[in-house]
Each structure stands twice: as C-alpha cells, then as structure tokens.
Design a binder for this molecule. Structure first.
Ligand code: UD1
Ligand code: MG
Length: 538
C-alpha cells in the first residue's frame, strides 16, 4: 500500500514513505536551511471566526500541508508565525510532526512583511537560507521547494522567487519585469495599474532568501500602499534597487501553488484533491463503484482489490486491507480493517480495528477502542465501544457491547446490553470463550461470564457466572384465561361481531399440586444462586 500524498499533496509521513522525492535534486548541504511559515492572518475573505489556516482540506488543517512539504527538506529551524487563534494554530503546527518547529506571535496583523519581521527573533543566531511560505497554499510539492532552494544556491542569489502563469491572475501579486526580462518587483493587485493587472505571471508566495539579506530588506519595507500593510512582496523591489541578486524559478504547475482565500477556492481544491486521491487509489488497484460520492482523505491507505461502494467516507489515518468490500454509505475515521473485511451498508467505524474476514453491519456502530478479531460477525443495530471481541464470535442483532471482552466462538444474542455505567464510573464485563448469551440479556457490570457458560434469554446477570453453568433469571409465565374479553368489555369495546373459530379440543393440564409447585420454585432458586451463596444466606 502506498500513501496517497506521494507527490506531496502535503503530509510529511506520507512523503517519507513514498520516496517520491528521490528524483528531485538534493539540497546543497553547505548552508543551513531554515523556514518561516505565515499563519497569523484571520483570512477575512473566508468570512469565518476561525483562522484560515485552521480550515480543513481533506480533513486536515491547511497549515499542516506546507509544513509537511517543508519537513521533507529537513530544515534546521521552522518558525510558524501565529496570531489569530494562536494556540490552535500552534497545536496544528506541532501535529505535523515536523522537527525543529517553533512559533512566533504576531499579535496584530499588519501584513506579510510585518509577520516575517515577527519571526526574526526566532532566527537569532541562524545563518543560512530561509524559505518563506504562506500557510494558505497547501498543495506545494517538496520537489518544487527543493528546486527553489537549489536555484537560489546555485545562482548565488540573495533572494529567489517562485513564479507561475495563471490564465486568470485575479487576486494575486503580479511579477513586474524590466525590459531585459529581469525581475523588477511585485505589485499587489490593489496597487496595480490597469496595464500591470494584465500581467499573467504571478507571485504564488514562495521565497528563498539569505537571512543576512532579509533583515535589512525587511527593515526598509513601508506601509504606503492601498491596504496600509507591510508587504513582504516589497522586499523584491528593495533588493533589486539595492543591487542584490534576485532570481526567479517558474513552475508550470499552477494547481500546485494556488492559494486559498475564499470558501469557494477551498471547496474547489477539496474537489481536486479528492478526485486526484481516488484516481490514484484506482490506479493502485482499488475499485470505486461511484468515485463521485466517495471521500478519501489524504492520509488514508487502501489495499488492492478492495471495492468501495457509493457514499463511503474514509477519513483520518484509516487503513483498509486488501480484498475488502465496503457496500456503501459508511463513515470511517482512523479505522483499521484487515484483509477481506466485509462492511455491509450503513456502518460507522471510529478508532476501531476489524480483523480479517470479519463481517460488520448493516447499520453497525463501532466506536473508539473496538477490536474485532478475525471472522467476527457484528450485525445490524449493534453498538460497540472499548470492546475486544474474540475470533469467530457473533453479535448479530440489536446489542450494546461497551467496556467488555468477549472470548472466541461465543454468541451474543439479540438485545444484549452490557450495563457499563452506574452514573459515575464505567465498569467492565468479561465474557469467556464458547459462551451462549441468550436474547434480551442485561449484564450488570462489573460482572463476568466464564468459558462455556450459558445465559438464558431474558436474564439480568448481576453476579459472576461460573464456567459451564446456566444462568437464568426469569419470571414464570402465567395465563389469565378470558382476560382479553373482560378488558375489552371494561373499555366499552363493541361486542365481537364474528364468532371466534372453535378452539381446538385439548384437555386442560391439571394444576400442579402445592407440593410440586414448591419443589419447582426451589429448583429455580438453586439455579439462580450458587451453593456457596445459599449457605451464606442461611
Ligand atoms: C499574498 C501576496 C501576493 C500573492 C498571494 C499568493 C503579499 C503582500 N501578497 O497575498 O503577492 O500573490 O499571497 O497567495 O504578501 N499573514 C500573516 N500575517 C499578516 C498577514 C498575512 O501571518 O499580517 C499570513 C496569512 O495567514 C496567510 C499568508 O500570510 O497564510 C498570506 O496572507 P493573505 O492575506 O492570504 O495574502 P494574499 O492577499 O493572498
Ligand atoms: Mg492568500
């Protein structure tokens, strides 16, 4: 199985596992590499109270994507500039698992140039090249970042920019060139002249800069523009004017460097990423019966010859083995399915493991901490939570199995409930191997049912059941002859119009003698109460 983000659509671990970067040129080791990722803005155009970089793409915060791409270049130091929802942004950054991450606070968002200034104290004592990225451009590949760094170093540049041509450059800063083709600066759309707005070469926001040059250049940036902000883009013109060496690298993959500023752009990118992810898994041998309605997150893995039906959502770090079948309309988050699992229609599986050849559903809910061994059957309307179910055991109908263990080859009847919660604490139920639990059983935890025991239907198990024993707590059934007729009469029901068919002739069973009744009652008590307990109660 190969993670989907092979070409880096982000997430670092996926990259490392894929080895896809091997074809990219190696980063020269002579100078240290650092990075700054800007993530402090609210993202006004998202019209949200949530910081833009915390909005999710493929179920993962946007910010984790550029960090993952950076992570595979092994930078010495990565400074994430946070501001809006700083704590949440810090946590998202840490969750990327990238080594050497630290954060800098930009308390007031005064522009991208100001944000980079806020990061500088965290680069104290660092000499080398710094990659500057925006947290709202998630799809960049590590190979592209490497090319940027390599061009910068090979050309002995002070500052190198990535550029790209967009048929519709609306919203982006335009690259302004001198007559000889050398870059002169970047002009933001709001500040651009009509002629400059026709330029289709734009600034996607990826820079590599010598840290020694960055400090003085940033110091010279002013906020004399339409937005009264300190633009990072102004360092380009300042560097050129200062006679510094400024280079550009053009990428021909516009999709890879597109930024997200609105929810429409986010949804479009989600659709692109999803289609691409599913296509990649199809190429790897997975069948999607309806690719348009399947949702597969970027960190999901799926084995070959698995068939995924319509409306299936696979999120988080879900792992699906090979030869599985997911009938449709199921929601899986951080789930692990071994090989040849059959998930029937309409299941919910969250942080649960399903062993090979198991059959689950339809309409089953496997919650966190569920572990099903091989060949387990979990049927309709069964909910499990922190439940370890042994091999070949079946719970086929209408049950709740929570905080419990069930051994191998047992059968849990319809309507079985583990009563695990006393209002304050959760308690465990232990059921052994080869146990038969009859329908409509309540197991009042903490309680155990030992191997080879049998619990009769309708039993409330309040004490441990010994191995091989029958546990039964059942009110004897009795008949009140003629009750229904009297009931109807009491309630003023119309008299029966049609005569009931004659009852079959059967001799009434004589009522047992008083002595016999006492004997039966005694026997019932002895089944429900083991000898030791009886002795105690005497
Ligand atoms: C920016 C560029 C523009 C480029 C585009 C590419 C500037 C001035 N403009 O515009 O040339 O074409 O990106 O997508 O740089 N941020 C902070 N603090 C701030 C402001 C922004 O951390 O004070 C962060 C944001 O959280 C975001 C990133 O910087 O992650 C970019 O900010 P955004 O407002 O999206 O810039 P654009 O208008 O897209
Ligand atoms: Mg932007």
């Amino acid at each position: 199985m190969r993670p989907i983000l092979a070409e880096n659509r982000g997430l670092g671990q996926a990259m490392q596992a894929s080895g896809e970067c091997d074809s990219a040129p190696a980063v020269s080791e002579e100078r240290a590499l650092g990075a700054i990722v800007l993530a402090a803005g609210l993202g006004t155009r998202m019209r949200s109270t949530r910081a833009k970089v915390l909005h999710e793409l493929g179920g993962v915060p946007l910010l984790r994507y550029p960090l993952a791409a950076l992570g595979s270049l092994g930078p010495e130091r990565v400074v994430v500039v946070v501001g809006h929802q700083a704590d949440a942004a810090r946590s998202a950054a840490e969750a990327s698992g990238v080594h050497g991450i630290r954060s800098a606070l930009q308390a007031e968002q005064r522009g991208t140039g100001h944000a980079v200034r806020c990061a500088l104290p965290e680069l104290e004592g660092f000499t080398g090249d710094v990659l500057i990225l925006y947290g709202d451009a998630p799809l960049v590949r590590p190979a592209t970042l490497r090319r940027l760094v390599d061009t910068h170093r090979a050309g002995g540049a002070d500052l190198t920019l990535l550029t790209v041509r967009f048929a519709d450059p609306t919203g982006y800063g335009r690259i302004v060139r001198q007559p000889d083709g050398r870059v002169r600066g970047i002009v933001e759309e709001r500040d651009a002249t009509a002629a400059e707005r026709t330029i289709t070469e734009i600034n996607p926001g990826f820079y590599c800069v010598r840290v020694e040059a960055l400090r003085p250049l940033l110091g010279a940036v002013r906020d004399d523009n339409a937005q009264r902000e300190f633009y990072l883009t102004d360092v380009v013109e300042l560097a050129v004017a200062d006679g510094r060496r400024v280079l550009t690298v053009e990428t021909d993959r516009p999709d890879e460097v597109a930024g997200i500023n609105t929810r429409v752009e986010l949804a479009r990118m989600e659709a692109t990423l999803r289609a691409e992810t599913i296509e990649r898994w199809m190429t790897a041998g997975v069948t999607f019966e309806d690719p348009d309605t399947a949702y597969v997150g970027p960190e999901v893995e799926i084995g070959a010859d698995t068939v995924i039906g319509p409306n299936v959502t696979l999120r988080g770090r879900t792992r699906i083995g090979s030869g599985c079948r997911l009938d449709g309309t199921s929601w899986l988050v951080d789930a692990t399915l071994a090989d040849r699992v059959h998930l029937l229609f309409g299941c919910w599986v969250e942080k649960a493991e399903i062993g090979s050849d198991a059959i689950v559903g339809p309409f089953a809910r496997l919650r966190e901490g569920t572990r099903l061994a091989e060949r387990v059957h979990i049927g309709n309307f069964v909910e499990t939570k922190k439940a370890a179910i042994g091999a070949r055991t079946k719970a086929n109908h209408l049950s709740y199995l929570g905080d419990c263990e069930v051994g191998e080859d047992s059968n849990v009847g319809a309507g079985t409930i583990t009563c695990n919660y006393d209002g304050f604490k959760k308690h465990r139920t232990r059921i052994g191997a080869r146990v038969q639990i009859g329908s409509d059983t309540q197991l009042v935890a903490p309680v155990s049912v030992a191997d080879d025991a049998y619990v009769g239907a309708g039993t409330t198990v309040t004490r441990d059941v010994p191995s091989g024993a029958l546990a039964i707590s059942r009110t004897p059934v009795r008949f009140v002859e003629g009750w229904m007729e009297r009931f109807r009469a009491r309630n003023g029901a119309a008299p029966e119009v049609k005569a009931a068919p004659p009852a079959p002739r059967r001799r009434a069973k004589p009522r047992p003698s008083a002595a016999k009744q006492t004997k039966v009652a005694r026997r019932r008590r002895s089944v429900a109460k083991p000898k030791a307990a009886r002795r105690r109660s005497r």
